[in-house]
Design a protein around this ligand. Structure first.
Ligand code: TEU
Length: 522
């Protein structure tokens, strides 16, 4: 495994609407992000990933793009983007931007042309089919959210168009080389502006069955996005990789391969010639359970090792309830989860606000705006203790997460025991230990309710042991007494999730929900 930058850096996801507002309209924007980059750099992350900020009618809050090469006026201008990139680079942060290859907005000029006539030169840029004999949709594919068909009949031409998400998000036809060329131009546009790579939205969906065969009826109403696993994606991904590899600054692409089978996901790394990284959704959706997590760790290693592919780990993003909420709300559990995220072998992706221990906002029905029901995790990030928490206007676009004052970045910076400082210390420990950045990983034999692993420095001189107690009771752990002639008494606690016992020899006892990072005595 080579030491490419994307294997060792912590990536911090920014959802632009919810991060930081510079204008007072209640919606975050690019200058707002630029003003807060110091927070991300201080944390020790090495890269940010920006969710879409492109021109969009916002039916899916920016994942419906009407101009790939323009900044939506809500978020600022291209100049603002250039300032963001140069500021980030000055702080040592790389910038990944979202690339949405599978679909555009129905307001994109490409779709306007395509839908205008069956004979339009861009007709075949999207997926058009005649109605089934009964007049219904051409196949049984289901769109995300709501369980309806992934097809809408367009009266102008009497054909259906495909949309795996909203009807305002028609799927592009990547079997058409003109579409491929146009989307390559989009990548070049942003690479030439200095971005360091992309997060590619539902990228496995660009390879589609040319016959558009039905999905397995037993799996309906699962949306087609989680079922689409096709060989046609691979040559397209190899072309994307080739395009990126031609740039000397080594831009990387992390794919959102939204498949729940880790073995299937692994195929999209190719043989080191497709995605640099891929998200791994099975563990992201896993409950906080030692047995389940142990299996996810084993499966991930087994699936990726034959390809020498590098894992990723993420617990939260802008599409799912925040993990602290999903795991029951306990701060202790969220602190342990942070240790897990930062110490497993792979690239950690964190979602803005998790370093503040945010839980989802409770969004009353009359304030819900997302067609996918994802508003809770998109609540604004609170910056200052006093209302309006660093947001200059009266009211951000969504309600605050619980306790925004105490959760605020300002309050937590002042408290050395805060979640913010735990993340900061964890990332510092990670960045200081080659074993954690790039070492091998061996799972340890540990009691039920505990997952433990050892990371070995590539040159064999250093090892770090991590123990995570998933349970609410203290537990005694014997750390491999016979293995390297090592026992618990020789291990120093370099970090613990609750701050207890640090810089002392590990006693062999883990507190309730406690995680520790251990190293041998120097
Ligand atoms: O998400 C893909 C996706 O499949 C999820 O949205 C999933 O359907 C949903 O979380 C289940 O509740 C990506 C983006 O991350 C998401 O924000 C977009 O809405 C979607 O693609 C369409 O671009």
């Amino acid at each position: 495994m080579s030491a490419d930058w994307w294997t060792s850096t912590v990536v911090y996801q920014v959802y632009p609407r919810s991060f930081s507002d510079s204008t007072g309209n209640g919606i975050g924007d690019l200058p707002g992000i630029t003003a807060r980059l110091g927070h991300v750099a201080d944390l020790g992350a090495g890269a940010i990933w920006l969710s879409p900020f492109y021109r969009s009618p916002m039916a899916d809050f920016g994942y419906d793009i009407s101009d790939h090469c323009a900044v939506d006026p809500l978020f600022g201008t291209l100049d603002d983007f250039d300032t963001l990139v140069s500021t980030a680079h000055g702080l040592g942060l790389r910038v990944l931007v979202d690339f949405v290859p599978n679909h555009t907005s129905d307001q994109h000029p490409w779709f306007a042309a395509s839908r205008s006539s069956r004979h339009d030169p861009q007709r075949d840029w999207y997926v058009w089919r005649d109605p089934a004999p009964d007049g219904g949709p051409p196949n049984n594919w289901v769109a995300s959210w709501g369980g309806g068909p992934a097809w809408t009949l367009d009266p102008t031409t009497g054909q259906y168009y495909l949309h795996c998400f909203l009807s305002q998000q028609p799927d592009l036809n990547w079997a058409n080389p003109e579409v491929v060329a146009a989307m390559h131009e989009v990548l070049r546009f942003w690479l030439d502006r200095g971005v360091d790579g992309f997060r590619a939205d539902v990228v496995h969906l660009i390879g589609k069955d040319p016959l558009l065969g039905d999905d397995d009826p037993d799996l309906i109403p699962l949306p087609h996005v989680v079922l689409n696993h096709r060989p046609e994606a691979h040559p397209l991904l190899r072309d994307l990789r080739h395009l990126l590899d031609a740039y000397p600054h080594a831009p990387a692409m992390v794919g959102e391969v939204f498949l729940l089978d880790t073995n299937a996901m692994a195929e999209y790394y190719g043989n080191g010639d497709e995605l640099h990284l891929s998200f791994n959704f099975a563990p992201l959706f896993s409950p906080w359970d030692a047995g389940l997590w142990r299996r996810h760790i084993e499966r991930t290693e087994q699936a990726l090792a034959p390809r020498q592919a590098w894992p990723t780990w993420a617990l939260s993003n802008h599409d799912v309830p925040r993990h602290r909420s999903r795991y029951g709300g306990s701060e202790d559990v969220a602190r342990s989860a942070a240790v897990l995220l930062m110490c497993l072998r792979g690239t950690p992706f964190m979602y803005a606000g998790e370093e503040l221990g945010l839980t989802d906002a409770d969004v009353p029905a009359d304030q819900q705006v997302d067609p996918g029901g994802r508003d809770g995790c998109r609540a604004p990030v609170p910056w200052t203790r006093a209302a309006p928490h660093g947001w200059p206007g009266d009211q951000p676009w969504l309600p605050w997460p619980p306790d925004p004052g105490t959760a605020s970045a300002e309050a937590q910076r002042q408290d050395p025991a805060s979640m913010y400082h735990l993340y900061r210390r964890l990332i510092a420990v990670r960045n200081a230990h080659g074993a954690l950045l790039s070492g091998d990983q061996q799972l340890l034999d540990t009691p039920d309710g505990v997952v433990g692993w050892r990371r070995l420095d590539p040159d064999g001189t250093q090892h770090v042991t991590v123990l995570v107690n998933f349970g609410g009771e203290p537990v005694d752990v014997v750390v491999d007494p016979d293995r390297d002639g090592e026992d618990a008494a020789t291990l120093l606690v370099i970090l613990s999730s609750d701050g207890l016992g640090e810089r002392t020899a590990f006693t062999g006892r883990l507190g309730a929900n406690q995680s520790v990072v251990l190293a041998g005595h120097p």
